[in-house]
Design a protein around this ligand. Structure first.
Ligand code: SAJ
Length: 422
């Protein structure tokens, strides 16, 4: 079996490597010559647990090669980004560009699988696009179709990608049932989880639904944290207690929602049906507004104090080195613009401060120095390293813990008791 994976990013590269490990010959295609060169030398350009060892192994055995040029294959997996534009409208330009590339080598018997998160209807658009470019082929939907096209979203969690690529269930949506079966056959090579077939439309909407579900649930937690602030209640305690109910499972509040998926994908659903998505849209707005609220709260705290302030964390979530679309980075950079050299950023996963801090005067420091020198600490990421700081090292500090990692931290004096209406 020969497989071509288009896009060697956070999903494409691990997927290519896992398929190559099954013994298939895999060609990874990327527009970036640097990425191609890095992979061909057996190295990786992204941080992901165990990925370096896997890639160097399959490259050394000649099972995985990378190129900027496509070549004929039996299966094509498209794993390119689908961003949105300024109006939150999905941009499937990279997907269509990848399809154009595939069209140059597509032949009867091949399977084309789209894995990129995509608005509902995109897989059919890919089919229509390929039909225009290759009128000589019989594409699904036409009599005696000899090419299969399917949608199979990735659903792996950064930090656990190699485990989840194998263990998670997969939803495989075919343009026709035959396409789904053909793609199913492919995924069974490396997936241990269940592989469930459906239509392309249902699979596309399923992916968006999963991330919108998480976004709405995080928004609920973020809204609760604001209410709890107003009422002078500890939101972490309330959530812990409420979650003792057998049918309640509230997620964790934080400084907002980051990453490339959860803050993006819900918009694809909203865009698909704006009139019927007030909840999903509002959840997005609640989560985005949470970052602004955290900036305001932290600013008030910093203004009331003197001396250096530690901002703990820049990553978009715990224990990863990914700073793109990170609410922690957004908050810390806003504080740096406002408070300049008082801001000391601690981020064990950063070698230098990102460009958002250029010209602000803020500096990167290590945790020990921050504990020694900063009387004020703003927790923005729940890295294990921060979680493990014991209470005696935090005693007497003014702490704004947006992630709830230090439940034993003495709280600032509660606001005056509420006057209840009689
Ligand atoms: N977050 C909270 N509170 C929580 C959980 C998360 O504030 O209780 C924040 C995180 O700190 C982070 C953001 O949400 O800023 C997203 O983190 P995440 O761990 O929820 O998700 P991602 O973006 O790493 O990966 C998600 C996953 N989707 C779901 O869990 C439904 C993953 O399975 C998907 O494959 C991935 O999106 C994707 O590629 O779509």
């Amino acid at each position: 079996l020969t497989v071509c994976v288009l896009g060697l990013g956070y999903i494409g590269l691990p997927t290519a490597a896992v398929i190559a490990r099954t013994g298939a010959r895999v060609l990874g295609v990327d527009v970036s010559p640097q990425v191609v060169e890095t992979v061909n030398s057996g190295r990786v350009h992204i941080e992901e647990v165990d990925l370096d060892g896997l890639v160097s192994g399959v490259v050394a055995r000649g099972k995985l090669t990378a190129s900027t040029q496509i070549a004929p294959a039996d299966v094509f997996v498209i794993a390119v980004p689908t961003p949105f534009d300024a109006d939150h409208a999905p941009d499937i330009g990279y997907v269509l560009k990848a399809a154009t590339t595939v069209a140059t080598v597509l032949k009867p018997g091949d399977t084309v699988i789209l894995e990129s998160t995509s608005p509902v209807g995109t897989t059919e658009k890919v089919r229509d696009f390929l039909a225009q470019l290759r009128p000589d082929l019989r594409l699904p939907g036409s009599e005696g179709a000899d090419v299969a096209i399917a949608y199979c979203p990735e659903r792996v969690l950064p930090g656990r990608i190699l485990v989840e690529l194998i263990d998670n269930d997969r939803v495989i949506g075919g343009i026709t049932p035959r396409c789904a079966r053909k793609a199913l056959h492919f995924y069974r090579r490396f997936v241990r989880g269940a592989c469930v077939t459906t239509t392309a439309h249902a699979a596309e909407m399923t992916k968006l639904t999963e991330n919108a579900f998480r976004d709405v649930n995080i928004a609920f937690a973020n809204e609760l944290s604001r209410v709890a602030d107003t009422l002078g209640v500890d939101v972490w305690e309330v959530i812990r207690l409420a979650n003792r109910h057998p049918r309640v499972n509230i997620l964790q509040p934080g400084p907002g929602v980051g990453g490339h998926c959860i803050a993006v994908d819900p918009w694809f659903l909203v865009h698909g049906d704006p009139a019927n998505t007030p909840l999903i849209r509002t959840a997005r707005e609640v989560n985005d507004a949470k970052s602004d609220h955290v900036v305001a709260q932290a600013s008030a705290l910093i203004e009331a104090t003197r001396g250096p302030v530690a901002c703990l964390g820049l990553a978009f979530k715990a224990n990863i080195d990914d700073f793109r679309e990170s609410p922690a980075l957004k908050v810390a950079a806003a504080l740096a613009r406002r408070f300049g050299d008082r801001i000391r950023v601690v981020e064990p996963y950063a070698a230098a401060l990102p460009s958002a801090f250029d010209g602000t005067g803020a500096t990167l420091t290590d945790l020990d120095t921050a504990i020694e020198t900063c009387a004020t600490m703003i927790v923005l990421v729940d890295h294990d390293l921060f979680r493990s700081v014991p209470l005696d090292e935090r005693a007497g500090k003014r702490v704004y813990d947006t992630r709830g990692i230090w439940p034993d931290q003495p709280r600032a004096p509660a606001p005056a008791p509420l006057r209840l209406a009689s």
